[in-house]
Design a protein around this ligand. Sequence first.
Ligand code: IPM
Ligand code: MG
Length: 358
Amino acid sequence: MKIAVLPGDGIGPEIVAEAVKVLETLDLSFDMETAPVGGAAYEAAGHPLPESTLKLAKSSDAILFGAVGDWKYDTLDRPLRPEQAILGLRKEMGLFANFRPAICYEQLVGASSLKPELIAGLDILIIRELTGDIYFGQPRGRRTASDGHFPGAEEAFDTMRYSKPEIERIAHVAFQAAQKRGKKVTSVDKANVLETFQFWKDVVTEVHKQYPDVTLEHMYVDNAAMQLVKAPKKFDVVVTGNMFGDILSDEASMLTGSIGMLPSASLNDQKQGLYEPSHGSAPDIAGQGIANPLATILSAAMMLRFSLDQAAAADRIEDAVKSVLAQGLRTPDIFAGEEGTTKVGTREMGDAVVKAMS
Ligand code: IPM
Ligand code: MG
């Protein structure tokens, strides 16, 4: 079981260290190799995704990823910015299926900005297509407008596009995931305006015929954004394109009170996967030892389950996380001062998970 460990920028190294510690507690033998990525790789090797890092990632069964990005790199040319590392890994490795669960842990109901009754017991799974759509569609660029409202003016453009096989394979992923859960899929589109998403809706509807045990509903993205805060528990599996999925998954994560709790997985068709916390690099709190490592620890659990066939080990980690929450341990992002809770730092939280595993 070969794991590429890519800590990245900001709080990335601190939280990944805790997840590695947790993995080392298991009685399994991993071959873990660390490589630079993002801004850290730009500093070390002049590129956010050096050839050697990409090679390591491709030759591994799974990638444990921290986070990339820092404001100080925002003025670099786009191909050199840290974000290109994650986009490059997704593209180069064909990681088209992105799983972003939004689970509200019982003990953290009070940390959400929504009323407790709306989110208690929340368990939804956003499945975002990750290698197509306007993120990767060509052509894109800047040019002089030849038509439109201001012919002759400077303009920029991107291309939204999806091919039938791209939609079919993510639809299969979503229906199969739903079969193992609440048996309902909400496909989010903008078919009332966009050609690409009318096509999306048509193809998802066709694939659905193979899954008569799953209920399919279609929802426009603006309505989905509204329903997510109005009645989030009505969702089970949500499947959508790359850009809508980017936006809705951030929204869904906040329903649970803390983005610091949410793992994610990005898989290709060979079960190779990249596992990362749903939150970003948080450069504002980097190096202070206060970041929540639980999303990364839970990402390691997802890695064991999806790419390494070690479901029992994944259960052990997930149970340990529930147990530390039950003990009242809280990093600052999930600390609400409730009775019986204690504020802890990154390392103490990781240590507590390790302890709870034994
Ligand atoms: C995400 C992030 C990325 C995205 C950025 C960092 C390129 O927001 O994983 O959701 O837009 O996909
Ligand atoms: Mg995002």
